[in-house]
Design a protein around this ligand. Structure first.
Ligand code: S3P
Ligand code: PEP
Length: 440
């Protein structure tokens, strides 16, 4: 669909931006909505509006179709939507499937949990990097369900995974660790209503620390919207069995992680940027990235139609980004323009994402002239005199989108493999150009 060049030179802005940007739908909400819509018994059709079209959601749609669900994406419509026609079906219609998940963490973790509710044999695999991304904690949880055998084919706790299920029993307690990825718990929570063969609730006990908490809150909030009243008592979630819930339309919010690049553009280049359709009431924790920008010296304004960031003189900050770790690289780019160092803490888990994001960010920011100290759980970025550079993106969409921000101010920034943005934001380069059009 898109033709991307091998590298892309960013032309610095000639004036501070004054722009309102519309970003595509949230990846996290789209992939949850797709799973919940596929699983929830309904006797009316459902339309998902504002859905994201990108690699991560396309693999989710294709995998659900391979599992036998009727899912009809209408990406070419004036306002793209996904249609779920009414159909009577088993919880997981297919008894066998070989699913390709590319490098989508949400897809592999949510669907590994989902197929355990089926009856059959299912295999999930992705690109080479996916074969290095951990999933053992989820397999360990699924193996506690009677009738389920969940294995990592290579025995290293990573995909490819094979799930064999007889259809599972009721009233069980499953323990799960969520210290490497919250997606293990989110996947279990969404699938658990379908593990219950009768009305007995399933209990999920979380052991050890949890990362990326706002994504668990998002899962619980969306389950409530789909009629599942999950009861949380301390670290135990009681998940009710599935029951009929009719929802005719579900509107997906714009993506707050994608929005971070545009808010950050105002921090880097001055002026102001508004991202439409997001407020602090969002289901997405990443809207709180604007609070970090405010701490750095930006002015943030919220109104019903969106959140605006006004650039200002930036100071370095010391922040725990465990809750909003997809915006670590965005902050890394902004930190180059601050007076004084910026320290990012408590994000050891981002070493297991599209790439080792701590190591990748440290290496690439140094190319721009910063001094970067890397720790196990984060990094400290001390800005220096800035220079342009050709930077590597490690096939990580967020590395590409974040490093591009530097080029809005500094001449000579070249992004290698810019096509990796297709994972969550295929039109990113077009939308970035919109910052050159002045609104007033
Ligand atoms: O549940 C989700 O939608 C996500 C959870 C986070 O992952 P981890 O829980 O692995 O940190 C986040 O980084 C990812 O982009 C999306
Ligand atoms: C980590 C990410 O994605 P996922 O884990 O869903 O592959 C991301 O989008 O930054």
């Amino acid at each position: 669909m898109h033709d991307y060049p091998a590298e892309f030179a960013i032309v610095p802005l000639t004036a501070a931006p004054s722009a309102t940007v519309t970003v595509p739908g949230s990846k996290s909400i789209t992939n949850r909505a797709l799973v919940l819509a596929a699983l929830t018994p309904m006797d009316v059709p459902l339309r998902l509006t504002g859905a994201l079209l990108s690699e991560d959601t396309e693999v989710m749609v294709a995998a659900l179709q391979a599992l036998g669900y009727a899912v009809e994406p209408h990406w070419d419509a004036a306002e793209p939507y996904v249609w779920f026609p009414y159909q009577e079906r088993a919880t997981v219609p297919a008894t066998e499937a070989d699913l390709f998940v590319a490098n989508s963490g949400t897809t592999v973790r949510f669907l590994t949990a989902l197929v355990a509710a089926g009856r059959g044999r299912y295999r999930l695999d992705g690109i080479p990097r996916m074969r290095e991304r951990p999933i053992r904690d989820l397999l360990d949880a699924l193996n506690q369900l009677r009738g389920v055998r969940a294995t990592s084919e290579a025995g290293n706790g990573c995909p490819p995974v094979v799930i064999e299920s007889d259809g599972v029993c009721t009233g069980q307690r499953v323990t799960v660790r969520a210290g490497v990825s919250s997606q293990f718990l989110s996947g279990l929570l969404m699938a658990a209503p379908h593990y219950a063969g009768d009305a007995e609730p399933v209990e999920i006990e979380v052991v050890g620390p949890t990362v990326s908490e706002p994504y668990i809150a998002m899962t619980l909030a969306m389950m409530r919207q789909w009629g599942y009243e999950v009861e949380a008592v301390g670290n135990v979630y009681r998940v009710p069995a599935a029951s009929l819930h009719n929802l005719a339309n579900y509107a997906i919010e714009p993506d707050a992680s994608a929005a971070s690049y545009f808010w950050a553009a105002a921090a880097v280049a001055g002026g102001r940027v508004t991202v439409a359709g997001l407020t602090r009431q969002s289901l997405q924790g990443d809207v709180r990235f604007v609070d970090v920008l405010a701490q750095m010296g930006c002015r943030v304004e919220e109104c019903d139609s969106g959140i605006t960031v006004h650039g200002g003189r930036l100071r370095g900050v010391d922040v725990d980004m465990n809750d909003i770790s997809d915006t670590v690289m965005t902050l890394g780019a902004v930190a180059l323009f601050a007076d004084g160092p910026t320290t990012i803490r408590n994000v050891a888990h981002i070493r297991h994402k599209e790439t080792d994001r701590i190591a990748a960010l440290a290496t690439e920011l140094r190319k721009f002239g910063a001094a970067v100290a890397e720790r196990d759980d984060g990094l400290t970025i001390t800005p220096g005199p800035l220079r342009g550079a050709a930077v590597d993106t490690y096939n990580d969409h967020r590395m590409a989108m974040s490093l591009a921000l530097v080029g809005l101010k500094v001449p000579g920034v070249v992004i290698r493999n810019p096509g990796c943005v297709a994972k969550t934001y295929p039109d990113f380069w077009r939308d970035l150009e919109a910052l050159r059009r002045h609104e007033e």
